[in-house]
Design a protein around this ligand. Structure first.
Ligand code: CA
Length: 247
């Protein structure tokens, strides 16, 4: 589906004839940072280390969930119950330490251009992540100056129900006082795309890991790009088509 068709389909579904975006709600891991491999390694080290059988690749499927939610999913599979809240907290802390020990990750190629395109079109950028990983959160101001000040961040600390629930994206809309139709969500994972689509935002899916693009379409993405570089190239066109709506 091209941009024009994607926008038309979105407007039809929302029952609107015009879109004027004011905010872009942007995921962090696998979208702003090439960090998913390290996360999968850290999770695998943690979970296999406590004797729960798992594979490294399965952690790509849990991308977007909060740490506690991933831990409980694995506990339920192995033992049939959640982890005690204190234990979950401790385990997640351990996972963040393992992640910090790994080689530093780079910003995703194309992500800076994407952010700059939004900002130069007066579209405010907001971070929407299920992560509470300070290793990356603390780098945002350096890697994306001015784009994600602390008051424009939704992290695992701000939500009760993480992705795939729409709560994180809805909360992000509240902090910038935008309606769903004024927002563009960007996420690379099926659960994140599901959350963005359920929030009512125009949702861009970007495949940056081993998940095939059909999975993002199935999760409800309005349009899917095959890399952040492709999204960066196409975004000015997408925005100009959006700004033509209702004219
Ligand atoms: Ca992600």
């Amino acid at each position: 589906m091209n941009e024009q068709e994607a926008i038309k389909a979105y407007m039809r579904r929302r029952g609107i004839t015009r879109i004027r975006p004011t905010a872009a709600l942007i995921d962090m891991d696998g979208t702003l940072y090439d960090s998913m491999g390290n996360h999968a390694d850290a999770w695998y080290r943690l979970i296999s280390g406590i004797g729960i059988e798992c594979t490294r690749d399965e952690f790509f499927l849990y991308e977007g969930r909060t740490g506690a939610s991933t831990i409980n999913l694995l506990f339920n599979r192995a033992y049939g119950h959640d982890a005690a809240p204190e234990e979950a907290k401790e385990l997640y802390h351990k996972k963040t330490l393992y992640f910090s020990d790994m080689p530093p990750v780079s910003p995703m190629p194309g992500a800076k251009e994407m952010v700059n395109t939004f900002l130069s079109n007066n579209i405010t950028t907001v971070l929407v992540t299920g992560s509470g990983q300070n290793t990356l959160l603390n780098r945002l101001d350096t890697d994306y100056p001015g784009a994600f000040p602390t008051e424009r961040r939704i992290t695992s600390h701000d939500v009760k129900r993480g992705k795939p629930d729409p709560e994180p994206f809805i909360k992000a809309m509240t902090i910038v006082n935008a309606s769903p139709e004024e927002c563009i969500a960007v996420d690379n994972a099926p659960l994140g795309v599901k959350s963005g689509a359920a929030s009512g935002a125009f949702t861009i899916g970007v495949t940056t890991g081993p998940i095939p693009r059909e999975e993002l379409s199935k999760a409800g993405a309005d349009i899917v790009y095959s890399s952040m570089t492709e999204l960066a190239q196409r975004l000015p066109i997408l925005i100009s088509i959006i700004l033509q709506t209702g004219k």
